[in-house]
Each structure stands twice: as structure tokens, then as C-alpha cells.
Design a protein around this ligand. Structure first.
Ligand SMILES: *Cc1c(COP(=O)(O)O)cnc(C)c1O
Length: 353
């Protein structure tokens, strides 16, 4: 006798976490913030600890009100989740099921294909173009009567490319209104182009756009699990139905609110990460690696056959990266010291060569 197993789960790959790093190494494998939590955020979490015998506020009312005020929207349009990966799942479950299609670019965020399959829907992966960016025309051409949602990851993980505000506007205008366009802006804070903030503007102007933001990356709260979505009302109401109850702790909510109070301090950190990202790309390019320009907190090196070589080289230098065998290496932008270490490793190998 074998235990039951839901039909279709064979096709679902388990999510692969970025490699952990041995003590003393630079962990540049998961696009985390290299900075420890702010003192004010620690304090807010400390205060919230006193009530962990109680269930959290499932509606996250205080945080949702804050966010709604920031964007000048109805709080009912804001939903929170245990990281934006949970919100991506909520959105998929809210609009798609058996027989439906959910589209995204590929390569993009690794969770998309699994989340779509878990919902019983069919993932449609449209290859990135030669510049490692979204092929928006290709995605429009791939729409069928079964398409329910389209994810646009902007900036894209793992390539760091962006689609401009104008390109995104043209795309959203061309997608029929009975398909939800989800703009995943996990890395928007690191974007120094005009697509920064484009998701929210498109949400305001179109009835079929949802935007995903997270506190994990720029705000440095990856370990606490909290993100938010801004969605059309009927989608937001359905998200609340499919969400796992009490998924977002009061600790996470308190930390998120404290982070919104500390945006000036965080902006300085984000600026440093952006500076180190550009330095990282220049270092790699100078050493002869095909690193491409990034608007996120990481750099993509489509090294092809030399992928494993680059990964091993950096690992021997104490730098842990995310490797996509045969395709490329994604290196997160770390602290100044982390990128110094990358520099030292690359210089050493140049000397050997
Ligand atoms: C990291 C990431 C997320 C979400 O991370 P959470 O920690 O779940 O908020 C969402 N989308 C993309 C593209 C990411 O890279």
C-alpha cells in the first residue's frame, strides 16, 4: 500500500534555497541584505515579543493602513503575506486553477513554476531575449484563452534586467483586462532607471494590475517573512480567502512598521548596496567575465560552459554564490568587505592565468 499523493505533484520541483556559507565566508547566494537589523527594528521586535502567546492580527490593520496612506489607496487593496512568495501563491490561487495557464519569463524567479503547478495550473515559460530581459512581445504572443495571470519580475531575478516604464505601459495596455498582470518588484528599491515605481503607477491606471513588494531584500527582513501586494479589490478579497490564516506574525508586522519609520537610514544602506553592485559588475567585467548590467542587488554572469569554473573559483576565495549549472552564476551585492573579497579572488586568478 502506498500513501496517497496528489496528481500532478511529481512535476513540482522542491524549492532550492541559496547555499549556506561556512563561518567567515561571504554569503552572496540569496540576495539578502548584508546589513544587520537596525536598532529601531530590533527594539520593535523586542516589544512585540511580549505578546507572542496571542495570535497575530490576521488583518495586519496597522501596517495595511500605513501602506494604503503612503500610496493614497483603499486599505482593502493591500494584502500581506509571509514574504511576497506567499503573496505570489495567493495571487495564483485567487485567479487560476486546473486547466488555466499562468505565464512568466524564463529564466526568472525560481518559485513561479512550482507555485503555478501547486495551484493545479499550467506554467507557461517564455524565454528571455538575447539581452537577458523580458521578451514582452513574445509574452503577448503566448497569451491564449486559458491565460489567467502573467508575472513580470522587474527587475528580473536572476538577470537584474528591467523593462522600462514605457515598455511596461505598452505591455499592460495590450493585455486583455480579464488577465491579471502581476508586477513583482522585489528588487525595485535598487533600480536606478525610470522603471522605478512603474508598478504602482500602472496599478493606478489599469484595472488588471497587481504589484508585489517585499520587506526581505531592501529592508533586510528576509528572516521574518513579510511582504505586501496591491491588487484590484476582487482579487484582494479572493487572496484573503486562499491565504493560510495567521501566516504573518506580529513580530514581522512590527518590524515592517518600524522599517517604514526608518526609510532614511535604509536609503543609505540601499545606496551602498547599489554602489557595491556596480563595483562587482565592473570587477567581473575587468577580469573577463560576461557580467551584465543590473538594477537589482545582484549581478548575473551568463558564463555558460565556464559557470562551474567561476562558482568554484569564488567559493575557493570564500564567496558563496548561486549557480545555475551550464547557464550562469548570480552573485549578490554584499557589504564593501564582501566585494573586496571578490576583488581579491579575481585578482589572484588573473595573476595565475
Ligand atoms: C526574493 C524574491 C521574492 C520574495 O521574497 P520573500 O522573501 O518571499 O518576500 C519575490 N520575488 C522575487 C523575484 C524574489 O527574488
Amino acid at each position: 500500500m502506498t500513501l496517497p499523493s496528489r496528481a500532478g505533484l511529481d512535476a513540482v520541483p522542491a524549492y532550492r534555497q541559496g547555499r549556506s556559507a561556512p563561518a567567515g565566508a561571504s554569503k552572496l547566494s540569496s540576495n539578502e541584505s548584508p546589513h544587520p537589523p537596525l536598532a529601531s527594528v530590533r527594539e520593535a521586535v523586542q516589544d512585540a515579543l511580549g505578546s507572542i502567546n496571542r495570535y497575530p492580527d490576521m488583518s495586519a490593520a496597522a501596517l495595511r493602513t500605513r501602506l494604503a496612506e503612503r500610496y493614497g489607496i483603499d486599505p482593502r487593496l493591500v494584502t500581506v503575506g509571509a514574504g511576497s512568495v506567499e503573496l505570489a501563491a495567493q495571487l495564483i490561487h485567487a485567479v487560476a486553477g486546473e486547466g488555466d495557464e499562468v505565464m512568466f519569463a524564463w529564466r526568472s524567479f525560481e518559485a513561479y513554476p512550482s507555485l503555478v503547478r501547486i495551484a493545479g495550473a499550467t506554467p507557461i515559460a517564455v524565454p528571455l531575449n538575447a539581452e537577458h530581459a523580458h521578451d514582452l512581445d513574445g509574452m503577448l504572443a503566448a497569451i491564449t484563452p486559458r491565460t489567467r495571470a502573467i508575472f513580470v519580475c522587474n527587475p528580473n531575478n536572476p538577470t537584474g534586467t528591467v523593462v522600462s516604464a514605457a515598455e511596461l505601459e505598452r505591455f499592460v495596455s495590450a493585455v486583455p483586462h480579464d488577465i491579471l498582470v502581476v508586477i513583482d518588484e522585489a528588487y525595485v528599491h535598487f533600480d536606478r532607471t525610470d522603471s522605478y515605481g512603474a508598478g504602482i503607477e500602472l496599478f493606478r491606471q489599469h484595472p488588471h494590475v497587481a504589484v508585489l513588494h517585499t520587506f526581505s531584500k531592501a529592508y533586510g527582513l528576509a528572516g521574518l517573512r513579510i511582504g505586501y501586494a496591491i491588487s484590484p479589490l476582487e482579487v484582494a478579497e479572493n487572496q484573503r480567502k486562499v491565504a493560510v490564516p495567521f501566516g504573518v506574525s506580529d513580530l514581522a508586522q512590527a518590524a515592517a512598521r518600524a522599517s517604514l519609520d526608518a526609510e532614511d537610514e535604509l536609503a543609505a544602506r540601499i545606496h551602498e548596496v547599489v554602489t557595491q553592485r556596480d563595483r562587482l559588475r565592473a570587477l567581473l567585467a575587468d577580469a573577463g567575465w560576461p557580467a551584465i548590467a543590473s538594477q537589482a542587488n545582484f549581478v548575473w554572469v551568463p558564463a555558460g560552459e565556464r559557470t562551474e569554473e567561476l562558482e568554484a573559483l569564488l567559493r575557493e576565495g570564500g564567496v558563496i554564490t548561486r549557480v545555475f549549472p551550464g547557464e550562469g552564476v548570480r552573485i549578490s551585492s554584499g557589504s564593501i568587505e564582501d566585494i573586496d573579497r571578490v576583488a581579491a579572488t579575481l585578482v589572484r586568478t588573473e595573476a595565475i592565468a
